[in-house]
Design a protein. Structure first.
Length: 101
């Protein structure tokens, strides 16, 4: 069993709706860990509904994650942090590919 699978299994509760979101929430947690290890939060803050849910237990689920730069930076490139996210997923036992839309 991979770390990813264990995280999903540990996440499951008696709440069927929450269980449906387990994979998505674990993916959000892993992506945030990758961003943190990659230094993203030296440049940006995580906020919004998903932040409130993951960090403070707000009883709601949201698939989007909201970020804001701490200060204006016209040269900021979010794609520079993709390798850190991919590596974090790899450490959890999942191979992922990220593409900018």
């Amino acid at each position: 069993m991979t770390l990813f699978d264990k995280m999903v299994e540990d996440f499951k509760t008696a709440n069927a709706v929450r269980n449906d979101n387990a994979v998505h929430e674990v993916m959000q947690q892993i992506a945030l860990a990758g961003l943190a290890r990659g230094g993203f939060f030296d440049h940006a803050a995580f906020y919004g509904g998903t932040c409130l849910h993951l960090l403070f237990g707000l009883d709601r689920f949201s698939e989007d994650m909201d970020f804001s730069l701490l200060k204006p930076d016209l040269n900021f490139n979010f794609e520079e942090f993709f390798p850190a996210i991919v590596e974090e997923f790899k450490l959890a036992g999942k191979d992922v590919e990220i593409k900018m839309k």
